[in-house]
Write a protein that binds this ligand. Sequence first.
Ligand SMILES: NC(=O)c1ccc[n+]([C@@H]2O[C@H](COP(=O)([O-])OP(=O)(O)OC[C@H]3O[C@@H](n4cnc5c(N)ncnc54)[C@H](O)[C@@H]3O)[C@@H](O)[C@H]2O)c1
Ligand SMILES: C[C@@H](O)[C@H](N)C(=O)O
Length: 344
Amino acid sequence: MHVVELTEPGTFEHRERQRPAPGPNEVLVEIRHVGICGSDVHYYEHGRIGDYVVSDPLVLGHESAGVVAEVGSDGSHLEPGDRVALEPGVPCGECAQCRAGTYNLCPDVEFMATPPDDGAFAEYVAWDTDFAYRLPDGVSTRAGALCEPLSVALHATRRAAIDLGETVLVTGAGPIGAMVLKAARAAGAGDIVVSDVVPSKLERAREMGATETVNVSERSLEAAIDDFTRGDGVDVVVEASGATPAIAATTTVVRRGGTVVCIGLSGDNEIPIATNELVDKELDFRGSFRFRNTYPDAISLLERGVIDVEDVIDFEMSMADLTAAFERAQEPDVVKGMVAVGSE
Ligand SMILES: NC(=O)c1ccc[n+]([C@@H]2O[C@H](COP(=O)([O-])OP(=O)(O)OC[C@H]3O[C@@H](n4cnc5c(N)ncnc54)[C@H](O)[C@@H]3O)[C@@H](O)[C@H]2O)c1
Ligand SMILES: C[C@@H](O)[C@H](N)C(=O)O
């Protein structure tokens, strides 16, 4: 089968590999669509993310969907021909976190496209049947692939426990911020303010349902939120930029008794946070890491048309043009690039 390997930073090589046979509890999936995530681009550019270093050729891509080609010997809830979205992290199932149900925190998770585990820029992937979810007729594999970033947003929205009518600030209008905006809207948020530094992304956020946008390269976030909420602060902040100033501002722009959920990962591991504000305002300040038990809900939201992900996608290119797709994905206006591995 055909795969694309990242062999060194900035270099993809198209190679042939043995088509995998599904293990007893696996399905073999013919991949159709894979979204390009910021972490794929980071590995492509730098060959590492923190301690995760690409030392052997690595297949990138963890936002994937395709068609079941074969079922392993133990059988499956799926049949050949079923279209599926693949949840990219398969946890060990045995550790304390897995037993507690917080399987997104499993220290031994195998996560696609994270060294040493290969991802989905490949014709076929053999994957645990429990982490392959059937897509209904109305949901394409192109949309199904985006169950992954949508899942990041659904998990963060749950961590934020957004209540009906609450005012939410989403910092960052990249793919994760856009998905959070959609998830917060679906969760019944009232006003949703989105901040970014790229005007076209803020325009897109308005088209996707943001009530107000703030270009923080022109105006301070603190002043804008102060004006918008008449000094009260927002009920909930979901930080989805990873930008140090945005993270540092979260405790100031949230109201007393409000909630901050951080998704974004900063290049600075340590950021000054006004800890007295945490206490004095009695804030809930929480992290949100990947997702758990979100795929069925993501698929249901797509099927019922509650959330549309098509408007997040800027372009679709074929896997034959993966280098060009990764170069284009880095343009500042681009929110999401999609790669077609086969045709639906
Ligand atoms: N916690 C998790 O499980 C998880 C999962 C996926 C991504 N992430 C992280 O979430 C963040 C967002 O992911 P993404 O793929 O959307 O990234 P992205 O880089 O595509 O988007 C970030 C956006 O933030 C904007 N931005 C830059 N400075 C800003 C500022 N000061 N205020 C507001 N916006 C600003 C950028 O212009 C960009 O549009 C990244 O840090 C990523 O590493 C975390
Ligand atoms: C969750 C996923 O999208 C993220 N890029 C990660 O590797 O954790």
